[in-house]
Each structure stands twice: as structure tokens, then as C-alpha cells.
Design a protein around this ligand. Structure first.
Ligand SMILES: [Zn+2]
Ligand SMILES: [Zn+2]
Length: 302
């Protein structure tokens, strides 16, 4: 199943002419996982042609306005756009109160059921084919970093080898594909003879807003894509420290330490009209870095 990430908004704190507020759309086949929902996300979501009635989960990192002010609007509009399926919101303590308070004062037009789950560190989603883990980020307020990880897929079945071993096509092939050993006549055939090793799934880590920290390094271990706070460039490192953010170089160090394969610089301060210096700084210690742009999509493979 293909996995891709569309950066709906890549700025931070306040929007700029070039960057919307933070939101990342992860698409896995027909399913949607949305990370954060800054103001203006609903329009970007529409533009991304994400589909309004798919299985969907929204993950909120923390309760700073730039990450949640888009949520009431999106919930309100999804109903107008025909959503009927349940939607799950996962976030830190307080997220339920935020949604219900808005709903009490400004009645949200939401015809579909909403399930809100307040979570701490650990495994927060355990689906048949993937899981989502949480670790505490290091910010001024409680903030969650998320790691999406597909479970390993069964190894590839080799039909030529199966034929060579005299195994007739049909239910026996199916059993071997499911890693079961079978009897052919009086011979026991192990699935390992015709099925390759399990194939790893995709891992994507989303860590904003945060100082570089060990908990995120551990969470992100071996990510195919690490989306990390990169609010500032090196010259503003004191500001990064003061406001609980990271510089591009610090993001690169987290990518390196966690042995991630690719780093996406994200949550770029509105003070950078041209953020390419951040990219250059990060690439010095982590060459496979990209600078996120609003509405850009990257496909992610293990
Ligand atoms: Zn922020
Ligand atoms: Zn914040």
C-alpha cells in the first residue's frame, strides 16, 4: 500500500505569505492521518483532494493556537462536504475540552461521530497494519511527538521455486504465503524455502514543536522520513532555545542520531522569506534533508 505525505502548512506561530500554519497529511492507501491542524488547514485539505469521507484520524501535538485553530473549521466543513463516517482525534490532555468548549459556544455543524482520545507517551494506535507511538517532545507546554510505523509485511512468495519443489498451485500456495509449513505427500515443506524474509514497513516521525531531545531521537529511530521542527537558522539559536524550538542544524543532528533516512525541515519561522540557508545548514551534517513547501507531496517507501 502506498504511503505519501503532503505538507498542507509548513510555517510556524504565524502564517506568512508563503507558508500556511502547520499541518501534515499522511495518506496510506485510502486512509488519512492528519498531524496538527493550523488555521487555514481546511482549504489546503480541499486543495490536496484528500477526500472527505475516508477513514481518518487527526493527531494534535499540543495546544498552541497555531496547531489547533484550524480544527473547529475543518470539523465544521467536513460535514458540509458530506462526511458521515466517524472521525478520531488523538491529542494531549485538554484537546477534548478545546473541542467541546468551541462546540458549546459555536455549535459545530458536525453530523458525523467524533471520538476524542487524550493520550500520553506509548503506543496510542495499534491497527492491523500499522501503529502510532508517542513520545514527549521538549517544548514550553506538554507536546507530543508521533511515530507512524507500518507493521512488517510478509516476505515475497517465489512461484518458480514452489513449482520446482513440486507444490501444486492453489490452497497450498496460499498457506505458504501465510508463513505456514505444508505437507506435500510425506514431505514437510517450510514456507521459508519459497517465501523471502518479512519486508519492513514505512516509518514516519512527526516532531514539532521541540528542542532537540533524546526522547524524540529514540522515537524516531530508523525513520524513513523525520519531519522535525526547524523554526530557525543557526544565527537565531538563542531564540530557538528560548522559545522551545530547534534550528535546522539541531534538526539535522536529531536525524543523524536517530539514523533516519530523510529529514524534512518543518515549522519554518515567518521571518524567513527565503529559507534556503536553513537547508544548506542542515545538509552540512545531514545531506538527505529537504526543505518543506506548502502543498508539496513526497512519497515514502521503506
Ligand atoms: Zn507551533
Ligand atoms: Zn508550540
Amino acid at each position: 500500500m502506498s504511503v505519501s505525505v503532503t505538507f498542507l502548512g509548513t510555517g510556524g506561530s504565524v502564517p506568512s505569505k508563503f507558508r500556511n500554519l502547520p499541518s501534515v497529511l499522511l495518506r496510506r492507501g485510502p486512509e488519512l492521518l492528519l498531524f496538527d491542524c493550523g488555521e487555514g488547514t481546511q482549504r489546503q485539505f480541499l486543495q490536496a483532494k484528500a477526500g472527505t469521507n475516508r477513514k481518518m484520524r487527526i493527531f494534535i501535538s499540543h495546544l498552541h493556537g497555531d496547531h489547533v485553530f484550524g480544527l473547529p473549521g475543518l470539523l465544521h466543513s467536513l460535514s458540509f462536504m458530506g462526511r458521515t463516517r466517524e472521525l478520531e482525534i488523538i491529542g494531549p490532555k485538554g484537546i477534548a475540552q478545546f473541542v467541546t468548549s468551541v462546540n458549546r459556544v459555536v455549535k459545530l455543524y458536525s453530523e458525523f461521530p467524533i471520538r476524542i482520545k487524550e493520550v500520553g507517551a506509548g503506543r496510542v494506535i495499534n491497527d492491523e497494519e500499522y501503529e502510532v507511538r508517542v513520545a514527549p517532545a521538549k517544548h514550553g507546554v506538554p507536546c507530543l511527538a508521533f511515530a507512524f510505523q507500518e507493521k512488517p509485511k510478509p516476505g515475497r512468495f517465489d512461484p518458480a521455486k514452489a513449482r520446482k519443489l513440486g507444490i501444486p498451485e492453489g490452497p497450498l500456495w496460499k498457506k505458504l504465503q501465510m508463513s505456514e509449513s505444508i505437507m506435500v505427500g510425506r514431505r514437510l515443506v517450510s514456507s521459508r524455502l519459497v517465501v523471502g524474509p518479512p519486508r519492513p514497513g514505512v516509518k514516519i516521525t512527526y516532531a514539532v514543536d521541540t528542542r532537540p531531545c533524546e526522547a524524540v531521537v529514540r522515537l524516531a529511530a530508523g525513520s524513513d522520513l523525520l519531519i522535525h521542527d526547524s523554526c530557525f537558522d543557526d544565527s537565531a539559536s538563542l531564540k530557538a532555545r528560548e522559545y522551545g524550538h530547534s534550528t535546522a542544524t539541531e534538526a539535522a543532528q536529531v536525524a543523524k542520531k536517530s539514523k533516519s533516512r530523510k529529514l524534512a525541515l518543518f515549522h519554518i519561522s515567518a521571518m524567513y522569506e527565503d529559507a534556503t540557508p536553513l537547508l544548506a545548514q542542515a545538509r552540512k551534517s545531514f545531506p538527505t534533508t529537504i526543505l518543506t513547501q506548502d502543498m508539496a507531496t513526497v512519497s515514502v517507501a521503506p
